[in-house]
Structures are given as structure tokens and as C-alpha cells.
Design a protein around this ligand. Structure first.
Ligand code: F6P
Length: 327
């Protein structure tokens, strides 16, 4: 069957996530396999506006799956939000003869794709963010690596906290979403976990669990705070006031976005890249590739953007049980 598209542009946009390179490789190689040309666009929408291209072929994407970051660079473009910026991006698509675009990123990236689709470009989004906060998919590329990176750092911190009998307050990424904090908290065996989706009662959620652990004989404590909850330093102040514990703050920050992707992130990225090209070749447009359970599916972008992803209540309940929070 004849492919519906002939030349695809691929780019990464917004916060980078480990596994984006594996997704790029998959898009490029699947395109080639299907007889479709593939062009790299550097620096996301910024590069689309400025015609910032990278030649990609089967060989040039070899040996990139193990690398973090993105070989195509990433950016957040304010200019693309303007009509003028969008006109320039469409002009680039026309000049390069792109009839389709694959954008790898988060909700902001998918919103931008809709603007391109209005001008007749076929578009598909691939979810890539360490926050795992895209509603239509149970999994976003980069999440597993970020969880493991945070976990490894926290395990190290625990050693020194144990030695000095201290309390550690660790801030993990997640401006609006607590998935990372919650799962890292459960896997590191935290004393308490604070997430932005839930109102915090410091006495009940932090001080009491510390007190109970101390009564049980524990002499060091690990408090995980998602970025969106507020300053980890303020959380530490409250702990010191209430308990006089020697408390230290560690903000893990962008270290969570880097590093070699885990097998899970590389595999999901490979599948999603393949699916994106398959959808475009079949004449589909305005789709987001998603994972539901073990099955790869796709959603209309507008529908996907209107969906809301709350915290997984089962996981939240588990965390409360394991940290001994009394409701
Ligand atoms: O979207 C992923 C994310 O890592 C958020 O958790 C965080 O708040 C944000 O990006 C940080 O973005 P920047 O790289 O612009 O500081």
C-alpha cells in the first residue's frame, strides 16, 4: 500500500527525558524501513521556525539508544506560541517538503502539533517526560530512568544520614505531578512522602511518622518532597522546629533528567517511535501514541489534552500504609 506521507520531520521539545534518543532512532529507522524520508529538526519548535535541520539516516542514529539528553537538542519556544512564529514554522515545512511531523515531548509539545495540523501537516506526538504526567498514557518515556536515578542518589544519602543519625529532606522533580515522588518514596522506604496533588498536614504527614519511627528505634529519617509542594528548605525548618533533629536538604534537580536510559525507557521509546511512523504512513493525523497496560494505542490529540491524570490512588494508599500515616 502507498504511504500517506513521504517526508517526516522529527524533533524533541520541552524538558528532555532519557530515552528520547531511542525514540528518534526508532522514528528514523522505521521511516527508512517503510520507504519514507526522515529529517531531524533541532531545538524543537525553535528549530522548526528557523529551519534548523539535521540530516538523519539509518547509520547516523546508531549507538544513540544508550545516551541521555537528545541528539536533536530541546527548547521551549515562546515564538511558536505567536501566529507569526507558526507562520514561519509552516514556511519551513513547505520549504523542506515535510508533509508530516513527529514531536517527542509533553502536553506543550502536543499543543504545538495541533497548530501545525491546522495548516495541513500530518502530526503525531510521542510522550516523553520524566514526570509521567500525560493523562492518555500510563507511561511516558524517561520516567523509569528518572525514578532509578533518584533512587540511587537517595540510597547513597541514606548511608550518610544513618552514620550521623540525621533527617534527610530530598526534593525530587515534579512541578505539578507527584508520580515520581510517590514511586521513589515507596521504593526507597521513605519515612514520609509529600506530593502536590494532596493537601499537606505537617503534623500528621511528617512529624508523626518521624516520631513513630523514632519510638520504633530508628535514628535516621528520609522525607521525599515533590518540587511542586514548595521549598524543601521550609519542610526541613518545620521538622527541625518540631523535633530538633539534625536535618539536611538535598535538591536532586536536573540530575534526574540525565543519564543512560533504562531498558524499559529504551524499549517503550522504540515501540512508540515505530507506532508514530506507522500511524502517519497509514494516513492518520493528530494522534498521540500511548501505552495502556502492555498495549500501544493512540488518541486524538485534542482528546488527549482534555484528559486529566490524577495521582494513582492505589499507590497513594500504599504509601500511606507503608509510612504509617493515620487517616
Ligand atoms: O517537565 C519535566 C520537568 O523536569 C519538571 O519536573 C520540572 O519542573 C521542569 O521540567 C524543569 O524544567 P527546566 O528544565 O526548564 O528547569
Amino acid at each position: 500500500m502507498e504511504n500517506a506521507v513521504h517526508r517526516i520531520g522529527v524533533f524533541t521539545s520541552g524538558g528532555d527525558a532519557p530515552g528520547m534518543n531511542a525514540a528518534i532512532r526508532s522514528v528514523v529507522r522505521t521511516s527508512q524501513h517503510m520507504g519514507i524520508e526522515c529529517v531531524g529538526i533541532q531545538r524543537g519548535y525553535h528549530g522548526l521556525i528557523n529551519g534548523d535541520i539535521a540530516k538523519l539516516d539509518f547509520e547516523s542514529v546508531s549507538d544513540i539508544t544508550r545516551r541521555g539528553g537528545t541528539i536533536l537538542y530541546s527548547a521551549r519556544s515562546e515564538e511558536f506560541k505567536t501566529e507569526e512564529g507558526q507562520k514561519k514554522a509552516i514556511a519551513t515545512c513547505k520549504l523542506l517538503g515535510l508533509d508530516a511531523v513527529v514531536g517527542i515531548g509533553g502536553d506543550g509539545t502536543f499543543n504545538g502539533l495541533l497548530a501545525l495540523a491546522k495548516h495541513g501537516i500530518s502530526v503525531v506526538g510521542i510522550p516523553g517526560t520524566i514526570d509521567n504526567d500525560i493523562a492518555c498514557t500510563s507511561y511516558t518515556i524517561g520516567y523509569d530512568t528518572a525514578c532509578n536515578t533518584a533512587l540511587e542518589s537517595i540510597d547513597r544519602l541514606r548511608d550518610t544520614m544513618q552514620a550521623h543519625e540525621r533527617c534527610s529532606v530530598v526534593e525530587v522533580m515534579g512541578h505539578r505531578a507527584g508520580h515520581l515522588a510517590l514511586n521513589v518514596g515507596i521504593s526507597c522506604g521513605a519515612t514520609a512522602v509529600l506530593v502536590p496533588e494532596k493537601k499537606v498536614d505537617y503534623e500528621r504527614d511528617v512529624i508523626e511518622p518521624i516520631r513513630r519511627a523514632r519510638l520504633g528505634g530508628r535514628t535516621h529519617f528520609m522525607i521525599i518532597v515533590a518540587e511542586g509542594v514548595g521549598s524543601a528548605y521550609q519542610v526541613a525548618e518545620k521538622i527541625m522546629e518540631a523535633t530538633s533533629l539534625d536535618t539536611r536538604v538535598t535538591v536532586l534537580g536536573h540530575v534526574q533528567r540525565g543519564g543512560s536510559p533504562t531498558a524499559r525507557d529504551r524499549t517503550v521509546a522504540a515501540y512508540m517511535g515505530y507506532e508514530a511512523v506507522r500511524l502517519l504512513a497509514a494516513g492518520k493525523t493528530c494522534r498521540v501514541v500511548a501505552l495502556q497496560g502492555d498495549t500501544y494505542v493512540d488518541y486524538d490529540i485534542t482528546e488527549a489534552l482534555s484528559m486529566k491524570k490524577g495521582l494513582d490512588e492505589q499507590t497513594y494508599t500504599l504509601m500511606r500504609a507503608l509510612t504509617g500515616v493515620q487517616e
